[in-house]
Design a protein around this ligand. Structure first.
Ligand code: COA
Length: 160
C-alpha cells in the first residue's frame, strides 16, 4: 500500500471512494469535498493498493469546537488557520479493501500532517459502531454520542 497527497484532479476518485464506503445520505457532496481540497491548509491523503485508489482521509485545522452539533456542518466553515485543533473530517476505504490496515495508515498520515502543521489536538466524530475501532487505535472519547439530527456521533481526541 502507498499514499500520496490528493489534489483537485483527484476529486472524481474521492467521490467514488466516498460513495462506496458510506450508505447514501451519509456521503460528503462533491461541493463539500471540493471546498475542503481548496482550503489554504488541509491534507487529503489518497491510498493505493496494487496501484488502485482505494481509500482517502481528509483533515484540516478548525476552531475549538467539541460538540457534535458544532462539528456537524459538512463543509469547510469549521476551518481556522490559526487554531490548535486539527479535525479528521473523513476517512473512507472501499469495502472490498477494508481490514487490510489501510484506514490505520491513512489516520497515521493525518496525525503526521496535523503535527507538521503545528496542531496540538487531533479531533473527530465517530458513529457508535466505530467505538472499539478508535479506542483500539489509542484515541479517547471526549463526548459520548449525542442525539442530534442524523446519526448520533461521539467526539474523539488525541493530544499531538
Ligand atoms: C472505518 C474504516 C475507515 C476502517 O478502515 P480499514 O482499512 O478497514 O481499517 P484497518 O484495516 O486499518 O483496521 C485497523 C484495525 O482495526 C480493526 N478494525 C477494522 N474495522 C473495525 C471495526 N469496525 N471495529 C473494530 N475494529 C475494527 C482491524 O481489524 C485492525 O486491527 P489490527 O490492527 O489489530 O489488525 C473503514 O472500515 C471504512 O471506510 N468504513 C466506512 C466509512 C466510515 O465509517 N468511516 C469512518 C467515519 S468518517
Amino acid at each position: 500500500m502507498s499514499c500520496r497527497l490528493a489534489n483537485i484532479g483527484d476529486l472524481p476518485t474521492l467521490l467514488i471512494i466516498e460513495q462506496s464506503a458510506f450508505p447514501p445520505g451519509r456521503w460528503a457532496s462533491e461541493k463539500s469535498l471540493r471546498e475542503r481540497l481548496e482550503l489554504p491548509a488541509q491534507a487529503t491523503w489518497l491510498a493505493f493498493y496494487e496501484n488502485q485508489p482505494v481509500g482517502f482521509a481528509n483533515g484540516f485545522p478548525i476552531k475549538d469546537l467539541s460538540t457534535q452539533q458544532e462539528l456537524d456542518p459538512d463543509d469547510s466553515s469549521l476551518f481556522s488557520q490559526e487554531s490548535k485543533f486539527w479535525l479528521l473530517r473523513n476517512v473512507a476505504v472501499r469495502p472490498e479493501f477494508q481490514g487490510k490496515g489501510i484506514g490505520k495508515q491513512l489516520i497515521q498520515a493525518q496525525l503526521n500532517s496535523a503535527k507538521e502543521y503545528g496542531s496540538k489536538y487531533f479531533r473527530f466524530t465517530a458513529s457508535e459502531n466505530l467505538t472499539s475501532y478508535y479506542s483500539n487505535l489509542g484515541f479517547r472519547m471526549i463526548r459520548p454520542p449525542e442525539a442530534f439530527h442524523g446519526l448520533p456521533q461521539s467526539v474523539w481526541e488525541s493530544e499531538l
